[in-house]
Design a protein around this ligand. Structure first.
Ligand SMILES: C[S@@+](CC[C@H](N)C(=O)[O-])C[C@H]1O[C@@H](n2cnc3c(N)ncnc32)[C@H](O)[C@@H]1O
Length: 261
């Protein structure tokens, strides 16, 4: 069965434009992914197809009305398919690779509600939504990009969606750490050469180099990830070495980051 999403938006064209290209397009055509894009205006009952209104209490901006969202979700539920309803909001829990993995394994269809303006009426959040997610600590003009971020990151985890050339197996976050550096031809560019080990043909050495570079990079850029990463004894030994090298070169007496490994 295909992994399914329903996007509720007042800008369906924005969402469809992205779904109609590249890997996601192929996944949909191949029946691996199914995305229903629903125009919230189709669930309004007034002549102007109104989806927003002025905020009670005054102030700037508009608020998305609860009734069209309720109508849209009721219409979707008619087919009896189990669904998880997600609201995109900067106030939600952080969306991570773990959430993407959870959604990829979820048999329910995932409904993504895209807010606009100041967001949605609080009662819609309370009554209609199972989960609230944020894609980062910044504010977008609408939830469409956030929805697409979720669909894209989930789709690439589905079996058969990526070919070998686009493999998701060893990417950043898959093992709780960042990805290793990648190189392709030419072997030398503006004096920068490809590390010898990658040209050696020795698969064991290459795998070890990649793992170590991934660890080095994670320690440098995202040491917070190492606290939860799945590390082997060998990984920890390498990290201790890196940390003690750092301590020596900085001339410090102690190195706090050493203690974790
Ligand atoms: C301008 S924002 C509303 C922001 C809201 N007034 C607040 O401060 O929390 C409009 C819509 O964009 C979407 N959005 C904005 N930033 C987002 C983020 N970081 N993650 C997920 N959705 C976001 C949400 O659907 C939101 O309802």
């Amino acid at each position: 069965m295909a992994c399914g999403f329903d996007v509720i938006t007042i800008f369906p064209g924005m969402v469809r434009a992205y779904l109609g290209e590249s890997i996601i397009k192929r996944a949909i055509q191949g029946g691996l992914l199914d995305v229903g894009v629903h125009n919230l205006r189709d669930f309004t009952k007034d002549r102007h197809r109104t989806t927003d209104d002025y905020p009670y209490g005054g102030g700037s901006g508009m608020v998305m009305k609860v009734e069209p969202l309720h109508e849209a979700l009721s219409a979707l539920r008619q087919d009896g398919t189990p669904r998880l309803t997600v609201l995109l909001t900067p106030q939600g829990r952080a969306y991570t690779q773990q959430t993407a993995e959870r959604f990829a394994a979820d048999e329910r269809r995932i409904v993504l509600i895209c807010g606009r303006y100041e967001g949605i009426d609080e009662r819609a959040r309370e009554l209609l939504v199972d989960e609230e997610l944020s894609i980062g600590d910044y504010v977008l003009t609408g939830g469409e990009l956030a929805s697409l971020v979720i669909i894209d990151s989930v789709a690439r985890l589905l079996p058969g969606v990526l070919g070998d050339a686009e493999s998701a197996r060893e990417e950043s976050f898959t093992w709780g750490i960042l990805d290793y550096p990648h190189y392709t031809r030419p072997p030398e560019f503006l004096g920068r050469t490809v590390p010898d080990v990658l040209l050696s043909g020795n698969h064991r050495d290459i795998a070890q180099w990649r793992r170590r570079e991934a660890l080095r990079r994670t320690l440098q850029r995202r040491p917070d990830l190492l606290e939860k990463a799945d590390l082997t004894v060998e990984d920890k030994r390498f990290l201790r070495e890196l940390c003690s090298d750092r301590t020596k070169s900085s001339g410090e007496d102690t190195d706090e980051s050493y203690k974790g490994y």
